[in-house]
Design a protein around this ligand. Structure first.
Ligand code: HEM
Length: 220
């Protein structure tokens, strides 16, 4: 019924596996955060699941290049992974707005002052910085979600569609900035910062390998 649920069996299985992965991610977070409100545990579980899936979308292309001569414009596995990064990221935002400031969304971005009304939080305020980067990342995530179907691929044609997909690079940078910002705000355990560093290194290495392979093949 949903437009992104594909007809073929293989891709349905991929979607089922990705949904299961998201559920397992949230379950693990619940076990690791006893005493947290459910909405808080869900925010953390869905946030990290989305981040990992975004990284996977950026690693699939270079891996494909290693196996084949050329990288096709659209790889179904990458697209399906991106769809679940969007679904889990979107839910993370919905729950995330209820975790701090008693759910007053305005205060995620503005300070309420007694005489001057609302004042935007400065960029040097870690809480404000994390929310600004998170909000722009969300816009990129939603745009990418809208691009992830056959209709927009047909409508926009290969090269333009492929060009718009580059939003994924902005998305990963903003998501990482948001994550590290929040990790500092909530003083998250060091091991989580190490995991995020690992994810960053994997993304950079995979992308560098992809560029190197493409350049070598073009020169040949
Ligand atoms: C306006 C948009 C967003 C809002 C309001 C938001 C809100 C939040 C909140 C409240 C937390 C902290 C949870 C805590 O207190 O422990 C958080 C953490 C996190 N967010 Fe977001 N988020 C947004 C966008 C995103 C996006 C697009 C991603 C994509 C990957 C993302 C990934 C993460 C991750 C991985 C964490 C975990 C950091 C930690 O250890 O606390 N967020 N977010």
């Amino acid at each position: 019924v949903l437009p992104f649920i594909p007809k073929d069996r293989g891709r349905r299985l991929t979607h089922a596996a990705l949904a299961l992965l998201a559920a397992v991610g949230c379950y693990f977070t619940f076990t690791l955060t006893p005493g947290f409100r459910p909405v808080h545990s869900l925010t953390i579980g869905l946030g990290y699941t989305s981040l990992i899936l975004i990284v996977v979308t950026l690693v699939i292309g270079p891996l494909q290049l290693l196996r084949r001569k050329r990288n096709p414009v659209n790889i179904n596995l990458r697209r399906d992974t991106g769809i679940w990064a969007g679904v889990t990221g979107g839910l993370h935002v919905v729950f995330g707005f209820q975790v701090h400031m008693n759910g007053d969304i305005v205060q995620y971005f503005f300070e309420r002052t007694p005489h001057h009304g609302l004042r935007p939080l400065p960029l040097i305020d870690l809480f404000g910085f994390s929310n600004y980067t998170g909000a722009v990342a969300t816009i990129a995530l939603i745009l990418l979600l809208f691009l992830s179907n056959d209709l927009s691929l047909k409508w926009l044609r290969g090269p333009l569609w492929k060009w718009l997909q580059r939003l994924n690079y902005a998305l990963i940078v903003l998501s990482l900035a948001h994550t590290v910002g929040y990790q500092a705000v909530v003083e998250r355990e060091e091991v989580m910062t190490l995991i995020v560093l690992g994810l960053t290194a994997a993304t950079v290495l995979a992308q560098m390998a992809g560029v190197a392979i493409s350049m070598r093949r073009r020169a040949a």
